[in-house]
Design a protein around this ligand. Structure first.
Ligand SMILES: Cc1cc2nc3c(=O)[nH]c(=O)nc-3n(C[C@H](O)[C@H](O)[C@H](O)COP(=O)(O)OP(=O)(O)OC[C@H]3O[C@@H](n4cnc5c(N)ncnc54)[C@H](O)[C@@H]3O)c2cc1C
Length: 366
């Protein structure tokens, strides 16, 4: 069984690695593996703090992937010899004023109603847990199960694990797609028994895609800031406010994100966005002012009409979509990789991805 994967972000590489370890012959086509959204992402693994009203099916998939994370990174670290920066340190959601607190209380009620593990904290309890928070914060909640990983380390580890598992990496752009074949920008065809479309925000752009798929994925811009300073970061867990989140990394780095903007394929970093991210971060954690500004970046999330991924076969049974992971692609890598590798190896979609079949849009679009 030969599989051609278009796109070497966290999703394409995770699938390639898991499929190759099951004995499939895998080729990944990507001119710049790891340079898409996966190289920009903050790396929060946050099914609970990211839950949105009405997205319970997606929550179940996110929770399942979070459950699989420890095993996924253990396997990957062993296969690659690279540490992924996975940290089971939890998250605090923080309300800065009365409006934030009212919204947070409502969200905590909703989360608890879904049976999720969330503990509401008063301001003093919150600051005892995270002394770096501003004295004025009004209260919050601790979510013990929402963790983090370093996406750049994850991608580096996946590239090595893929090579060691025998995956062929073709450093070229795919221009078009045919039944059982990917056409490279130079005109050459790479044939396979199945093609996996995992090109993130670019997944709808390939010439020759079935018409009903050509408009499903759109880019959603996100800007982010990386800060660094000597000594330990001012916080020990992910901190999520109403306008901004902060993710502390073990090597003295704090990632502050992120904007959500509908601007097509624009990836310019703007002064206004950086200003807003830093202002909101400093309001929550004042010591952030002392940190050095080491990087600003913008990436493109692969968005879909219902914010949920596209996982499974299409009207072409040899074309599998694994894209549209929007805000949660880092979190969803383990479950996506396991499920798509299973689908490729057996021809049967595992139950956890059935609700995310791309075919759910066929009726709407025809
Ligand atoms: C600012 C920001 C913060 C985020 N924070 C988080 C977070 O905290 N937690 C989380 O879970 N998710 C987060 N995300 C979302 C996450 O980054 C994405 O959902 C995820 O990276 C998608 O992975 P992917 O592999 O599908 O796409 P990408 O990582 O974008 O990879 C797509 C790949 O396809 C390649 N490609 C494109 N076109 C072609 C072509 N024609 N031929 C061949 N290859 C092609 C590109 O070079 C790229 O390598 C964040 C995103 C952004 C932008």
């Amino acid at each position: 069984m030969r599989v051609v994967v278009v796109g070497g972000g966290v999703i394409g590489l995770s699938i390639a690695w898991r499929a190759a370890t099951r004995g499939l012959a895998v080729t990944v086509v990507d001119p710049e593996p790891g340079r898409g959204a996966s190289g920009v992402a903050a790396g929060m693994l946050a099914p609970v703090t990211e839950v949105h009203y009405g997205e319970e099916e997606l929550l179940a998939l996110n929770l399942e992937s979070a459950r699989r994370y420890p095993r996924f990174v253990a396997d990957l670290e062993e296969a690659s010899g690279i540490r992924t920066g996975y940290r089971a340190s939890g998250t605090v959601a923080v309300a800065r004023d009365a409006d934030d607190l009212a919204a947070l209380d409502e969200l905590v009620d909703y989360q608890r109603g879904l049976g999720l593990d969330v503990e509401r904290l008063r301001s003093r309890e919150l600051r005892r847990l995270e002394p770096g928070l501003a004295p004025g914060v009004r209260g919050g909640a601790v979510v013990a199960g929402d963790h983090q990983v370093d996406p750049r380390r994850l991608v580096a580890a996946l590239l090595i694990a893929c090579r060691r598992a025998g995956v062929t990496l073709r450093g070229e752009r795919a221009a078009g797609i045919r039944r059982r074949s990917v056409i490279l920008s130079g005109g050459q065809a790479v044939d396979g028994d199945a093609v996996v479309m995992a090109a993130g925000a670019w997944s709808s752009g390939l010439e020759g895609l079935p018409a009903e798929l050509a408009a499903l994925v759109r880019p959603v811009k996100g800007q982010i800031v990386r800060l660094r300073g000597a000594g330990t970061p001012a916080i020990s867990r992910n901190v999520r406010g109403a306008e901004v989140y902060l993710v502390p990394r073990s090597e003295e780095e704090v990632v502050v994100g992120a904007t959500v903007e509908e601007r097509g394929f624009d990836v310019e970093v703007t002064a206004g966005a950086v200003h807003e991210l830093l202002r909101a971060a400093i309001e929550l954690v004042p010591d952030v002012t002392e940190l050095g500004l080491v990087e600003t970046a913008a990436g493109l999330r692969p968005g879909t009409p219902d914010n949920a991924p596209l996982l499974g076969t299409t009207a072409w049974d040899d074309l599998v979509l694994a894209t549209g992971h929007y805000r949660n692609g880092i979190l969803l890598a383990p479950v996506t990789a396991d499920a798509v590798a299973e689908l490729l190896a057996t021809g049967v979609a595992p139950t956890e991805i059935v609700a995310f079949s791309p075919r759910r849009f066929e009726r709407v679009l025809t």
